[in-house]
Design a protein around this ligand. Structure first.
Ligand code: C2E
Ligand code: MG
Ligand code: MG
Ligand code: MG
Length: 307
């Protein structure tokens, strides 16, 4: 893609017209068989931590890898027998409306925890440290959630602090969206919460303070307007200031161009996610990409030492 970074061809159609082309009724009736028939997959999109070398970074070797792998976000995919590989945006709405999201979410969580263990075994210290999993508000208020998380973490032998649940801020999100037993239980396990699509929902500034989330993910509608939009830049820099003052990690989503990346760095962004940096991809492809980028770094370091 550019010096020191990688991008794989991604055959997934991300366009929202997928959702329009396939009817809700059709999707929800077929979804139930999708798990049984093993048509669902989880893909993973890297979230990178990048410290701009121009802004006083102490990064020892800016030539190796431009960003370090901060986390991976699990994104469900449906290898549909007739429609091909569907991205989550095409069918999550149907799953939420039909209530099937709870079963689907349970499957994603289990699958992603197992994948993290596989990465630990195959990649060692290069394995993603944190796993971000999307959870709809319906799942968060499901009494079985905590039990499932506990079981999946224990079965996989994973420490709780490796799991972050992303909650989408698509309705009025306040402390009542986070049932106390769930939040306490998650805290005991060491798990983290993230607010997804931050800035698009209804939470007031005051409420952000109440929400027990250690990560804010700024919605991609703001970064996609960069560079050029003073308004979006103002929103992003205010959210960064708010988040950082509250000691939260602030991730900016939807980084699609080098220009947007630069503009975000000027605003003080440190955590990035977007097609420009890395696509959501099949876990095996991500394993190869991580091994490949590690190899490139090592070859470069060796070459320099030898020179
Ligand atoms: P999200 O959590 O905000 O995830 C980011 C979405 O934006 C993903 O779409 C991803 O493929 C896409 N994306 C990433 N980088 C870029 C970029 O640079 N530009 C653009 N235009 N798009 C980008 P996807 O996979 O279709 O997911 C859509 C939404 O579906 C997710 O939004 C999330 O809210 C939900 N979702 C995905 N997987 C799950 C799941 O397992 N459970 C639940 N409950 N929801 C899920
Ligand atoms: Mg998300
Ligand atoms: Mg998001
Ligand atoms: Mg989003």
């Amino acid at each position: 893609r550019r010096k020191g970074s990688f991008q794989l061809f991604d055959p997934v159609v991300h366009a929202s017209e997928q959702a329009e082309a396939i009817s809700y009724e059709q999707l929800s009736s077929e979804l139930e068989t999708a798990i049984r028939e093993e048509q669902l997959e989880v893909h993973y999109q890297p979230i990178l931590e990048i410290v701009d070398p121009r802004i006083g970074s102490a990064r020892p070797d800016p030539l190796t890898v431009p960003g370090s792998l901060y986390a991976v976000e699990a994104l469900v995919r449906w290898r549909h027998p007739r429609h091909g590989l569907l991205s989550a945006g095409a069918f999550i709405g149907a799953a939420v409306r039909s209530g099937f999201i709870v079963e689907l979410g349970a499957w994603v969580l289990r699958t992603a925890c197992r994948q993290l263990v596989t990465w630990d075994a195959v990649l060692g210290r290069r394995a993603p440290r944190r796993l971000f999993v999307n959870v709809s508000p319906a799942e968060l208020s499901d009494p079985g959630l905590l039990e499932r998380i506990t079981r999946d973490l224990t079965a996989a032998g994973l420490a709780g602090d490796r799991l972050t649940l992303e909650i989408t801020e698509n309705g009025p999100l306040d402390s009542s969206s986070f049932p106390a037993e769930v939040v306490d239980g998650l805290r005991r396990l060491g798990c983290h919460l993230a607010i997804d699509d931050f800035g698009t929902g209804h939470s007031t500034l005051g409420r952000v303070v109440e929400i027990p989330a250690s990560v804010l993910k700024i919605d991609r509608s703001f970064s996609s307007a960069l560079p050029g939009s003073l308004e979006s830049a103002a929103v992003i820099s205010s959210a960064l200031l708010l988040g950082h003052n509250l000691r939260r990690t602030v991730v900016v989503e939807g980084v699609e161009t080098e220009e947007a990346l630069r503009a975000l760095q000027e605003l003080g962004t440190t955590h990035f996610q977007g097609f420009h940096l890395a696509l959501p991809q099949h876990p095996d492809a991500l394993t190869d990409a991580i091994l490949e980028s590690a190899g490139v770094g090592e070859r470069r370091a060796a070459g320099r030492l030898g020179a």
